[in-house]
Design a protein around this ligand. Structure first.
Ligand code: SF4
Length: 600
């Protein structure tokens, strides 16, 4: 074991800032991260064992005990549940003879739950040994379990079906279809790699920044910070080296557009990183990709290699003396909070993905304390088109405050889930029409994932854009048959509980209190005071340190605002207090756990 671990640490120059890669490779070698390996890594990197443990314990996909030769991670998010996840989960448990979070006694299979894996347009879905299995049914699960028991390689368990995918590399092993339903000026097909770089090198970096500022493009991750301004701050910041990060950690449940871009338009994205690198004066780009998309690794590496051969990356790019820029891929290991830019940087430095206090902002002091730009996948793709066609051209799409287009991830109760590129300024009703959902069958739309808002039909006329309802692009359509409180609000609140990094007490505690209150209401034990408490406590969360905590109460608060009747229907009237403790139920549960017979 020692030699194998040493080989891994040496591959990364025994650099402790590459701890994430070292842990990912170690886990891939042994199936988990054994204690001996942790000790060896600590010794090789000159770190304490506790520091290595801290990083391991932070991420969902790292394990310090064996998790089975086949590791099954079933997505249990809201849309998976809508599409039949519970039957799929029950079939996995029955066929394998284990419950979730268990490993079969022969060590063959481990069964685990995970939050949204970016496949909302084809749920229920699972990751098995880094391969994606979509549209699972109980029948399909039986086939998969049979294949596992026969010892088949995971790549031989499905027929590859690329659907209408394009630019697809043979190196992608999966049955994922990318469901691009509407293409606009950013994702259009006629982009030729190198086009923007050729134009770029005839401009000065300042001219590029001016053009991007003229376009008024704002960050597409959800926060909407002006991209040109961010680049200018970074260009003007002092530092020996500068970095461009592409944030492809899309962990917001319901979002999958970045997955589609990484698969179908990777050359456009990489060119966007080159554009940003030139403008800012950076020499290194880091494409931070969520671990759930590990199946895209070979595909992305091959695109990078081709770009190097064409001198779109490397030294003196396309003959421009001194224009040096290259890109490496950094995988995460399962942590929603790493979508926050400073947490993402911490993670890329090999640490726990805990958000930093700001200021200083990453543009001044980011990766390895150097000036760093962190941009969303979609923002970088749009920047290429701005360089090619000009800021004025880009501004001709969309609205005054929200220029250009937005790539949406639409899922839930509709006929055509998938990715749509539309001009800003559309209404929720337009979206329902596009996605094939009859307005009368829809009781709510979740805009912007759990951290966004759940809106009712009386708001379907609202316009999506920074002027009214901003969104990172996730829209989940919730049909009339769904129970908003138990199917959506409870699931999202539990998601935030799982994903809090735990460093602020308010974010560590209040979501759990909200969940407990919600369960009390759902169990018909709630009273008016519980609703009032949820409202007050939810507001307290807004004082949290980062966006995760600040928005963790949104499922409760926005449903209280728009669907208060659902809470009021369930609470006890004419009662001021109820502890929520159900003695009969507690005795029954206890008897069930201990195998005793209940007389109640
Ligand atoms: Fe961590 Fe939550 Fe605090 Fe953000 S708000 S830093 S996720 S504890």
């Amino acid at each position: 074991m020692k030699t194998a671990v040493r080989k891994v640490t040496e591959n990364y120059g025994k650099d402790k800032t590459r701890l994430m890669d070292i842990l990912i490779d170690t886990q891939s070698e042994f199936g988990y991260i054994p204690r001996e390996a942790t000790l060896q890594i600590a010794e090789d990197l000159g770190m304490s064992e506790v520091d290595v443990d801290q990083t391991i314990s932070f991420y969902h996909f790292f394990s310090q005990k064996p998790t089975g030769k086949y590791k099954i991670y079933l997505n249990t998010s809201v849309v998976a549940n809508m599409m039949g996840m519970k039957e799929v989960a029950a079939t996995f448990q029955k066929e394998l003879g284990i419950k979730f979070n268990e490993v079969t006694s022969d060590g063959l299979v481990g069964l685990f739950e995970t939050s949204c894996i970016g496949m909302n347009d084809q749920e229920p879905a699972a990751i098995i040994n880094n391969r994606i299995f979509t549209r699972l049914t109980p029948f399909r699960v039986k086939e998969v379990v049979r294949d596992i028991k026969e010892g088949k390689d995971v790549d031989d368990m499905f027929v590859q079906d690329y659907g209408d995918g394009e630019n697809r590399s043979d190196l992608i092993k999966s049955v994922v279809s990318n469901n691009i339903r509407k293409i606009g000026p950013v994702l259009e097909r006629n982009f030729k790699p190198g086009q923007a770089i050729e134009k770029l090198i005839k401009l000065t970096p300042e001219e590029v920044i001016e053009e991007v500022k003229r376009s008024n493009i704002r960050g597409r991750g959800g926060a909407g910070f002006p991209t040109g301004l961010k680049w200018e701050f970074c260009r003007n910041a002092k530092g020996e080296k500068k970095y461009i990060f592409c944030n492809a950690d899309e962990g917001e449940p319901g979002t999958f557009k970045d997955r589609v871009i990484l698969t179908e338009r990777p050359r456009l994205l990489l060119e966007g990183m080159v554009v940003a690198g030139y403008a800012v004066g950076a020499t290194e780009g880091i494409l931070y990709v969520r671990y759930e998309y590990k199946y895209l690794q070979q595909h992305l590496e091959s695109i990078l290699e081709a770009a190097r051969k064409a001198n779109y990356l490397g030294k003196n790019i396309l003959g421009k003396k001194g224009f040096n820029f290259d890109i490496r891929i950094q995988f995460g290991a399962g942590a929603y909070v790493c979508g926050e830019e400073s947490a993402l940087i911490e993670s890329a430095e090999g640490k726990r993905g805990e958000p930093r206090d700001r200021p200083p902002f990453p543009v001044e002091k980011g990766y390895l304390d150097m000036p760093t730009v962190v941009n969303n996948v979609e923002t970088l793709c749009a920047a290429v088109k701005v360089v090619l066609n000009g800021g004025e051209w880009y501004k001709s799409f969309g609205t005054t405050e929200s220029t250009g287009t937005k790539v949406l991830s639409i899922s839930g109760d509709c006929r055509f889930p998938g990715v749509y590129e539309v001009e800003w300024g559309f209404s929720v009703t337009d979206i329902l029409d596009m996605a094939g959902a009859a307005k009368e069958d829809v009781q709510a739309v979740q805009v912007g994932g759990p951290s966004g808002a759940i809106i009712a039909p009386n708001e379907f006329g609202r316009i999506l854009g920074y002027e009214d309802l901003a969104t990172g692009g996730s829209l989940i359509i919730i049909g009339n048959k769904r129970d908003i409180l138990s199917d959506v609000v409870l699931n999202f609140t539990e998601f935030f509980i799982d994903e809090s990094c735990g460093s602020c007490s308010v974010c560590r505690i209040v979501p759990t209190l909200l969940r407990n209150k919600l369960v009390k209401v759902l169990n018909a034990r709630g009273v008016q005071k519980d609703i009032d408490d949820m409202y007050e406590w939810g507001r307290i969360l807004r004082a949290s340190r980062c966006g995760l905590g600040q928005t963790a109460a949104n499922p409760v608060l926005s449903s209280l605002k728009n669907f208060r009747n659902l809470y009021e229907e369930k609470i006890q009237k004419n009662k001021d207090f109820d502890s929520g403790f159900d003695l009969n139920n507690a005795v029954k549960e206890s008897c069930k756990a201990t195998g005793r017979v209940s007389n109640i």
